[in-house]
Structures are given as C-alpha cells and as structure tokens.
Design a protein around this ligand. Structure first.
Ligand code: SF4
Ligand code: SF4
Ligand code: SF4
Length: 346
C-alpha cells in the first residue's frame, strides 16, 4: 500500500533514523503551494547573447574552489578541480557534462539534416546548472535535509555533513543536475549553489560576474522575469541596451536584437524556477526535456519514491553507518599524517 511522505517520515522518526533532522518543517514546506521567496535571486540566461567563451565556467570553478564554495574540499585546499581529457595533452579544462568537478557547463547546439530551418538560427549555446526550483523536488525527497531551500533568497543549498549518500536527490531532479563524487572514498553530492557563499560578501554569482556579453545576468527573480518579458517584446533587427552582469543595469551594452522563441523557460516548468532562459532555438533542441510539465514536482516524485519505504529505511541505516565509518577512517588518516609530518619536522 502506498504511503505518503508524512507517513514515511513518521516511520523513520519512530525508528530513530531522522532524529534531529528537522523533517517536520520539510513536510510542511511541500504541502504549501509554491511561492517565490520575498528576496528570491536568480539568473537570466539569454542564449541569443552567448558567444560560448566559457568565462562563466572558469570563474565558477575558481570561486567555488574557495572555502564556502560548492567545490571546496579541505583535502584539496587551493586546487581548482579542472578536468582534462583522458588521453592526449592535458592542457585545457575540457568538461563535456556536469560532474563532481563541474557545476556549470556551456553546451553547443548545431542544426543538422532535417533540423535545419531556413528562418531559424542554425546554432546556439546553452548554459546548464541547477535551476533553483521554486518548490525543489531534490529538497522534498532528501530524508535528512542535506539539501535546503533558503527561506529568503530561495537558493537551494547543500550540506555535505548531513548527507549520507542515498542519491534520492539525483532521482528526483527533473533536470538531471545533482552529481555524485564517485571517485571519492566519502563522496558528496555536487551542484550549483548560486554562489551562496559570495552573497554575504556583497558579491553575486561568479558565472554572471565574468560574462562579457550580458548573456548571464544575476538579480532579483521578479526583475529578471520583467526583463525577460521586455526582451520578448523587442523587434528583431532593432537595437537594445542589454544589461551586463546584473539586472540592475549599472553596466550595459548596445546590441542588435535577435529573433526569440516566444517562451521564457523556467516561468512555469516544474512549478517554476529561479533560473530563467531565453533562446532563439526551440528549447527541446537545446537539450531541455520536452516531457517536463508545469506540475509541482515534489508531489509527483514523492508519490513514486514512497512506494519503497523499507528500502529507504534500509538505505538510511546503511548509508549513515557507511558515511560515519568512512569519515572516521579519513579523520584517522589525517591525524596519522599530521603526526608523521610533525615527527619529520622535528
Ligand atoms: S534543478 Fe534539480 S537540483 Fe536544482 S533545485 Fe531543481 S530539483 Fe534541485
Ligand atoms: S544523497 Fe540523499 S542525503 Fe544526500 S543530499 Fe541527496 S537526497 Fe539528501
Ligand atoms: S561567459 Fe557569458 S557569453 Fe561566455 S559562455 Fe558564459 S554565458 Fe556565454
């Protein structure tokens, strides 16, 4: 018999599995209709302005490898997690997809064969990272609140110290965003956290900060939505003063307006997201899953995942124990290494 999320959480709490995890508020959050938080921030990516320079990817890696960043690891302090081709000269960071080392990626689309339309652009870039859903399914299914949606900014953050590696978030995300560090002894989930660690420093997302063309701009989601609507109302061939880096428009650049597909992706998809897209090429050609509906996904994913409560309970126990044991082994290794270093130095 299927159970609902509240029943499962009661079962888990009764078994002592979720002690201290604060799951009741997570239940309540999923039962309210999705609302944009008051100070919600996000990104507007306009593919018609993107030149594929990948400056966003480089700055994303650099700044997220700093303490507080989504790619920061104590054991790799000071190293940027670049990815090199498996063969050939390792001379260039060349990730092909999101991974445990890459939070944000630029992909290219080129029309070929029947896909070539005379009146549509034949190519486009597209930027992929977490969309910071308004009602995020990854948060909804995480049994230990390792993933949380910030109540003020709406940013979906991750706490690796809570995560026990069940990977339900990977199953639940309709956009295939969360990545797992398969290569590590104590793996974590990795995904964009909208440079949450930089906001306290008065900065904003690294990808937007380095974007030279205005293709990626940061700002309050309500303002980004208004800007996206303004752009859709522009006439191709006219000129427009596009914002650069931030929707506040302190920096602008004048450009000829390209043809837009008449849709703002992220306004409604999966219940709405804080990352919005405009493009000149149909979104399904740019790698967006055409089956993603405007439904509120936590309600769909939970009804699926809740069919297997026993499995979830087992995973919670096994995952938590494995994680604790692995962390203990790593701590011991660190301590042994430290005493060896001290002995060598004396
Ligand atoms: S895009 Fe995926 S990982 Fe990001 S908030 Fe939505 S469900 Fe979570
Ligand atoms: S792997 Fe499991 S515990 Fe970790 S963030 Fe994802 S859902 Fe939460
Ligand atoms: S920095 Fe801007 S223009 Fe360059 S690839 Fe990234 S989004 Fe496109």
């Amino acid at each position: 018999m299927p159970i609902n999320r509240r029943d499962f959480l009661k079962f888990s709490a009764g078994a002592g599995l979720l002690a201290g995890a604060g799951v009741d508020s997570a239940v309540a959050a999923t039962e309210k209709p999705p609302q944009l938080p008051k100070d919600a921030v996000g990104i507007l990516y306009d593919a018609t302005l993107c030149i594929g320079c990948m400056a966003c990817m480089v700055n994303c890696k650099r700044t997220n490898a700093e303490p507080g960043g989504a790619l920061y690891h104590r054991e790799a302090e000071g190293q940027v997690p670049y990815e090199y081709p498996e063969s050939g000269d390792a001379i260039y960071d060349a990730p092909l997809r999101l991974s445990g080392k890459t939070l944000c990626i630029i992909k290219a689309y080129r029309a070929e064969g029947d896909a070539v339309e005379p009146d549509a652009p034949h190519s486009s870039f597209i930027k992929q990272h977490c969309l910071h859903c308004i009602d995020p399914p990854c948060v909804s299914v995480c049994p230990v609140r390792a993933l949380q949606k910030q109540s003020d900014t709406g940013i979906v953050t991750y706490n690796k110290h809570r995560c026990f590696g069940c990977r339900y978030c990977q199953v639940a995300c309709p956009f295939g965003i969360p990545q797992f560090e398969w290569e590590k002894a104590s793996p974590s989930i990795v995904k964009c956290q909208l440079c949450n660690h930089r906001l306290a420093q008065g900065k904003f997302s690294a990808c937007c900060e380095f974007c030279p063309t205005g293709a990626s701009i940061f700002g309050p989601v309500e303002e980004l939505r208004e800007e996206a609507k303004r752009r859709l109302a522009l006439k191709p061939g006219d000129t427009y003063n596009y914002q650069v880096q931030h929707v506040d428009g302190r920096q602008r650049t004048e450009k000829v307006v390209s043809r837009y597909v008449d849709h703002i992706y992220g306004m409604d998809e999966a219940g709405g997201t804080q990352y919005l897209f405009l493009a000149g090429v149909e979104f399904n050609k740019l790698g967006f899953n055409p089956h993603i509906s405007n439904e509120i996904y936590p309600r769909l994913t939970w009804s699926y995942i809740s069919q297997v409560p026993a499995l979830i309970g087992t995973l919670l126990v096994v995952g938590t124990v494995t994680r604790l044991v692995t962390q203990r082994i790593e701590k011991n290794k660190d301590a042994n290494q430290k005493s060896t270093d001290e002995a060598d130095a004396s």
